[in-house]
Design a protein around this ligand. Structure first.
Ligand SMILES: Cc1cc2nc3c(=O)[nH]c(=O)nc-3n(C[C@H](O)[C@H](O)[C@H](O)COP(=O)(O)O)c2cc1C
Length: 194
């Protein structure tokens, strides 16, 4: 098989197929970060945008992942689309998206999610559900009758890829692995043993 030259276009093609095959959250992706002690942590987020600049998700920048990614700005993403028998791994440096980009996405969110972004001290210890509900009510009161602004601690991270790997299952169990390594402005593709 000839390896397609552009991994971003290839991702776009696979993602289109994933959206058709998977009714719920086809954009769910595991993101791994590394703590100050060198210990990795991983969780699922939703991919909200991607293009040649990178892969974007939104979160609380004071959360565990937020603190880790700001202190050590490298991440690994891992998509697995079972109906497609396809895994895509993306690695690279992490940047914070522009305020305009974050504002634009925040405005498109449901009001409940906007309120939640203020009310939730994501990843901090929560004493009780009541405590959380009281915080939600307080935020609702504060912004009653008006728009909910984007909290300063809530924004997007863009993973700027320097390595993208496509893994595709083969019936022989000798699966296909194509890795793309960034080479200046271009990509260099090679196969890997499965
Ligand atoms: C399907 C799914 C989608 C999720 N999407 C997001 C998301 O886009 N942003 C986010 O901050 N957390 C999202 N979460 C919650 C995270 O997995 C995680 O619990 C939370 O961000 C706290 O992670 P941390 O303590 O490592 O920072 C999602 C969870 C699931 C299961």
């Amino acid at each position: 098989m000839l390896i397609p030259p552009d991994p971003i276009q290839r991702f776009a093609d696979v993602f289109e197929r994933a959206k058709k095959a998977i009714p719920v959250d086809p954009n769910a992706v595991v993101v791994a970060s590394v703590g100050a002690d060198g210990r990795p942590s991983a969780r699922v987020v939703l991919l909200k945008d991607f293009d040649a600049r990178g892969f974007v998700f939104f979160t609380n920048h004071e959360s565990r992942k937020g603190q880790e990614l700001r202190a050590h700005p490298f991440a690994a993403l891992c998509f697995y689309w079972q109906p497609l028998d396809e895994q895509v791994r993306v690695e690279g440096r992490v940047e914070v998206v522009s305020s305009e980009e974050a504002d634009q996405y925040f405005k498109s969110r449901a009001r409940g999610s906007q309120v939640g972004a203020w009310a939730s001290l994501q990843s901090q210890r929560l004493g009780s559900r009541d405590e959380l509900e009281t915080r939600v009510e307080d935020v609702e009161k504060r912004y009653a009758g008006g728009d909910v602004p984007r909290p300063p601690h809530w924004s997007g991270f863009r993973v700027v890829p320097d390595r993208i790997e496509f893994w595709h299952a083969q019936p022989s169990r000798l699966h296909d692995r194509h890795v793309y390594l960034r080479d200046g402005d271009a990509w260099r593709a090679q196969m890997l043993y499965p």
